[in-house]
Write a protein that binds this ligand. Structure first.
Ligand code: GLN
Length: 232
C-alpha cells in the first residue's frame, strides 16, 4: 500500500556515529543499517528525505524542537519516550551491555564495578541504566556526547568500563577494537523510527509499509547482513 507524503522533503535526524547503524565510510559518506533502511523506504514509498547526522541526544532535541520531522538512530522504543514520540513498528532487536578493555580481568559482574567509573553516551538507554544502578553497585557515571569520545575513554583508561548497545560493541570488536564483554547483556530493547508525538503520522505509516515490504522481499535481511555477519 502506498501512502501519500505531505511534505516535499522530510528532515531526518540521526546519530553522528553509531556503527553499524550510521557511520561514515572511508569516502566520508554516511552508510549503515538505519541509513540504508530509511533510504530504501523512501524509494519504495516515494518520499524525499534529508539526513542530518547530529548525534543521538541532539537528534532527540531536534525532533522535540520541530527542527527535524523524524529520527532514525538505533533508538530504543521505551514507555518514557512514548510520552513525546510516536514510534514505527520495531525494526531491530537490540540490548545494552558493559564493555571493558580486553586485558581487564577484574570486572566480571556489576558488583565488580564498585568504586569504578563507567561511561555512556548522553541521553541513551545505557546512560539511563547506569544512572538507575550506580548507587546499587557503587560506581560513578561519566557521560560523553559522541561514540568516538566514549570508546577513546575506555581505551585510554579514563573510564573502567562503558555501556552501549551490544551490536555496536560487537561491531567495534569486529573492527579491531580491543574490548571484551564479560557481563551478560540486558535483554530487550527494540529499535524504532520516531516522529514527534502527534506529528508526521504519514511518515510512520510509510516506514511501516516499506519495512513490511522489505521483510517480505528479503531486502531487510540483505541490508542487515551487509553490515552484521551472521551469528554476531
Ligand atoms: N539504543 C540506545 C537508545 O535508544 C542508543 C541509541 C544511540 O546511541 N544511537 O538510547
Amino acid at each position: 500500500k502506498k501512502i501519500t507524503p505531505k511534505k516535499d522533503t522530510y528532515v531526518i535526524a540521526s546519530d553522528s556515529a553509531f556503527a553499524p547503524f550510521e557511520f561514515q565510510n572511508s569516502s566520508n559518506e554516511y552508510v549503515g543499517i538505519d541509513v540504508d533502511l530509511l533510504k530504501r523506504a523512501a524509494e519504495l514509498q516515494g518520499f524525499n528525505i534529508e539526513f542530518k547526522f547530529i548525534g543521538f541526544s541532539a537528534a532527540v532535541q531536534a525532533v522535540e524542537g520541530n527542527q527535524a520531522d523524524g529520527m532514525i538512530a538505533g533508538m530504543t522504543i521505551t514507555d518514557e519516550r512514548k510520552n513525546s514520540f510516536d514510534f514505527s513498528n520495531a525494526y531491530f532487536q537490540s540490548g545494552i551491555q558493559i564493555a571493558v578493555k580486553k586485558d581487564n580481568t577484574s570486572i566480571k559482574s556489576y558488583e565488580d564495578l564498585k568504586g569504578k567509573t563507567v561511561g555512556a553516551k548522553v541521553g541513551t538507554e545505557s546512560a539511563d541504566f547506569l544512572a538507575a544502578n550506580k548507587d546499587k553497585y557503587g560506581f560513578k557515571v561519566k557521560n560523553y556526547d559522541a561514540a568516538d569520545q566514549l570508546y577513546e575513554a575506555v581505551k585510554v583508561g579514563a573510564v573502567d568500563a562503558i555501556m552501549d548497545d551490544y551490536p555496536v560493541i560487537g561491531y567495534a570488536i569486529s573492527q579491531g577494537q580491543e574490548l571484551a564483554t564479560p557481563i551478560a547483556k540486558e535483554s530487550g530493547g527494540e529499535y524504532g523510527f520516531a516522529v514527534k508525538k502527534g506529528q508526521n503520522s504519514e511518515l510512520i505509516d510509510m516506514f511501516n509499509e516499506a519495512l513490511a515490504e522489505m521483510k517480505r522481499t528479503g531486502e531487510y535481511d540483505q541490508i542487515v547482513n551487509k553490515y552484521i555477519s551472521n551469528g554476531s
